[in-house]
Design a protein around this ligand. Structure first.
Ligand code: GLC
Length: 736
């Protein structure tokens, strides 16, 4: 025992000494810095004229700023040589030789594109998602990148919002698991390694609550909703050790997030003890002027800095006014030093002071980019991201000897769209289209005939005739419909969420042919696909799966991969039902078909087209009734829940067993159901497995009437099942 204690003490003292060394090294640099050099560390400029462009070079003048120590970071530049050149200027020609930190939106891949984040979230597989982020970091660091502006952890309950594609859907618990997985994947166990990248939890906070789903729009919700819905994934990122945060564009109830002391100081620093740094979003400090809280850029800079934004992305507010604000004593030198310290701390943790060129090895770059391992990793993640929404009469998986397959639709041969938005340096030439994936799978065993039928959003039906002729001579139709990649992502909100253009008209004509129709949907948000849901024989939700899209889809279509994905977001039947999410409140007049005066629509039901957590498999799974370790527990006691899951199908497969709870009576209203755990299990055909969950007091806590985060005694329901609707339930009580 003594030996173990000594070992622990020895390790602790080393790590403490190391940590102490970083803090000492930070202070040893800080003490030498002039006011202008300190301000310089808080300045970030972009190499491109617009965010996320395919730009890789610093702009004219950036060299000189680096030479004068007036810039601390660049974004949107990459490449071993390009980053090396400007880093050399900073660390060899500036007075204090402080290295620059290079940031980039590595959202779902750098050069080898992975599935978009909402697709990866559909895997409900944090291990796989962490591995995906790890591979993305390996590739991006090989091209000189130190810092990704990811994970985007904004909870999104409105599919009109274009950025729903960048996140992990509507639920705080699933979103928290995905946030932690991505932070760990990007940052690894040691930020100082040359293949780890510092992550950035964004956009802090409440960005996904934009009214009307219109990007950048006002968000207005209670402190309770902030704490229960929007903050948990950010806290999960902090607990996972995220090194940076990004402040959001939007206001929350009158206070722009980039000027919010409550968010950036009271919660992030004082409550959560976050010791990394906060970067603004693109000019989000400058936007305090149109928000109407700052009279000019100097005032905006003062508000942003005092709220807790350490680094100014592209607004030039700090570049032009921070020194003056310090001289005028509107900002103290101590406050400035604290921000500089945070930025230097991350640069030290990254090892940039020890070796500023460790990410600039052109040989490693050539060997790493687009490697076979990266393509294989992207394929594995793509398979796990597919959600099967319908499979009437088990028409899927298809046989591999069909005489002729009609491949129809504007997304069947698209090389661009499967990359999805924010694909960074993704290259359409690397994309395996659906058509190519089928050809790869079947070779000459089947005759595969393609016809586009129509464009994604045009109104021309001129291609219908050719498509219908191809269908007429085929045994089966694979119909590839959805959105183009630029219909979701930033500044890409839609006021409708139907299939764009005349795609549904094409589907109607094809269904009339009487041929079996398998729909492959590629989209960045839930769509109101009622006609397809009623009339197609099968539907795969494929989102935008990246470079291996066609191979992953073909693997599922022909049974070489049994689909296991589940929806991370609700699919409404009609846009009028929005906002629609599974963890809604019961209200005082919950819908009752026998009572006119209850909460419902005259023209649509209250139920979704597909619920949160929904997804089919080629297997079928049956659940026993849940067994509770106790019927009654005290407030600080845990409850164990077990359920037997049987694979009653013919295929081996994975099932995501979901655990929800409901607090039946609280001092504040509680959702009718909240996801509190899930387990992804593999079952051979006919196999039974016992799945156990532990409901800890932490999982029963909520913000009570006084906003205290507590467990209240009373009756609770637990629900266990294959999605948020098909569940088995049991009751238990919590006593004082
Ligand atoms: C954009 C986005 C943000 C991104 C940043 C840098 O406007 O809001 O998510 O990381 O600018 O490209």
């Amino acid at each position: 025992m003594k030996k173990i204690i000594f070992i622990y003490f020895f390790i602790f003292s080393i790590s403490f000494a190391q940590q102490k060394t970083i803090e000492q090294r930070v202070d040893s640099v800080l003490v030498l810095m002039t006011l202008d050099e300190k301000v310089g560390q808080l300045v970030q400029y972009s190499g491109g004229w617009d965010t996320g462009t395919k730009t890789s070079k610093p702009k004219a003048g950036h060299d000189q700023l680096a030479r004068e120590g007036k810039i601390g970071s660049l974004l949107n530049i990459f490449g071993a040589e390009i980053t090396k050149n400007i880093q050399k200027v900073a660390v060899e020609e500036s007075r204090l030789k402080i290295p620059l930190i290079f940031g980039l939106d590595v959202i779902h891949g750098f050069r080898t594109t992975f599935p978009v984040p909402i697709a990866e979230a559909s895997s409900w597989d944090p291990v796989a998602v962490e591995l995906s982020a790890r591979w993305q970091a390996i590739e991006a660091t090989a091209s000189g990148i130190h810092w990704t502006f990811n994970p985007m952890v904004d909870i999104a309950r409105d599919p009109r919002w274009g950025r729903i594609v960048e996140g992990s859907g509507e639920d705080a618990y699933l979103g928290s698991k995905m946030a932690a997985a991505r932070v760990k994947g990007y940052q690894g166990d040691d930020l100082s390694l040359s293949n780890t990248i510092v992550a950035c939890a964004k956009h802090f906070a409440g960005y996904g609550a934009a009214e009307g789903g219109r990007d950048y729009n006002t968000a207005d919700f209670s402190e309770r909703t902030l704490r229960e819905i929007y903050l948990p994934p950010f806290k999960a990122a902090v607990d996972a050790g995220v090194g940076t945060f990004m402040a959001a564009f939007n206001e929350i109830g009158g206070i722009p997030s980039s000027a919010s002391v409550h968010l950036l100081t009271n919660i992030l620093r004082d409550e959560w003890k976050f010791d990394g740094f906060v970067v603004s979003d693109w000019n989000s400090i400058g936007e305090l002027i149109p928000h109407g809280v700052a009279k000019d850029l100097k005032h905006a800079g003062e508000l942003g800095f005092k709220a807790g934004v350490d680094m100014d992305m592209e607004a030039s507010a700090y570049f032009n006014h921070l020194s003056q604000l310090v001289t005028e004593k509107k900002i103290s030198m101590q406050q400035l030093d604290e921000s500089v310290r945070r930025i230097l701390r991350i640069k030290f943790r990254l090892g940039l002071f020890d070796d500023p060129f460790k990410y600039c090895n052109a040989e490693i770059e050539t060997q790493t980019l687009r490697s076979e391992k990266l393509f294989k990793a992207s394929l594995d993640m793509a398979r796990r991201s597919i959600v099967m929404l319908k499979n009437e009469k088990n028409i899927l998986p298809l046989k591999k000897d069909l005489r002729q397959i009609a491949v129809i639709g504007p997304l069947a041969e698209s090389k661009n769209d499967p990359l999805g938005p924010w694909n960074q340096q993704g290259n359409p030439d690397d994309v395996v289209t659906v058509l190519k994936g089928l050809q790869n799978k079947l070779g000459d065993k089947s005759n595969i005939v393609y016809s586009e039928g129509c464009s994604v959003d045009g109104d021309s039906k001129a291609g219908f005739e050719h498509a219908l002729n191809v269908v007429k001579n085929s045994e089966i139709v694979i119909l590839c419909l959805g959105e183009s990649l630029n219909m979701s992502g930033e500044a890409r909100s839609r006021a409708t969420i139907d299939l764009p253009g005349v795609q549904e008209d094409l589907a109607r004509e094809i269904v009339k042919s009487g041929k079996p129709v398998i729909v492959v949907l590629m989209n960045g948000r839930p769509l109101t696909i009622n006609f397809l849901s009623e009339n197609a024989n099968a539907i795969l939700e494929a989102w935008f799966l990246g470079v291996q899209s066609g191979n992953a889809i073909a693997d599922v279509l022909f049974g070489d991969y049994n689909p296991s994905g589940k929806l991370p977001v609700t699919f409404p039947k009609h846009i009028g039902q929005i906002p629609m999410y599974y963890n809604f409140k019961n209200t005082g007049r919950p819908y009752n078909p026998n009572d006119f005066y209850t909460s419902y629509y005259l023209d649509y039901s209250n139920t979704p087209l597909y619920p949160f957590g929904f997804g089919l498999s080629y297997s079928s799974f049956e659940y026993s009734d849940p067994v509770l370790s106790k019927k009654e527990i005290s407030k600080n006691e845990s409850l164990r829940i077990s359920v037997n899951v049987i694979n009653t199908g013919q295929y081996d497969g994975e099932e995501i067993v979901q655990l929800y709870i409901r607090d039946l009576v609280g001092s504040a209203t509680r959702p009718i159901k909240e996801l509190k755990d899930f387990a992804k299990i593999f079952l051979k055909a006919g196999e039974t497995k016992k799945v156990e969950f532990t409901v800890t007091p932490e999982k029963l806590k909520f913000y009570d009437i006084n906003m205290n985060y507590v467990v209240e005694p009373g009756e609770f329901k637990i629900f266990v099942g294959t999605n948020s609707v098909d569940v088995k339930e049991a009751l238990f009580s919590v006593v004082d």
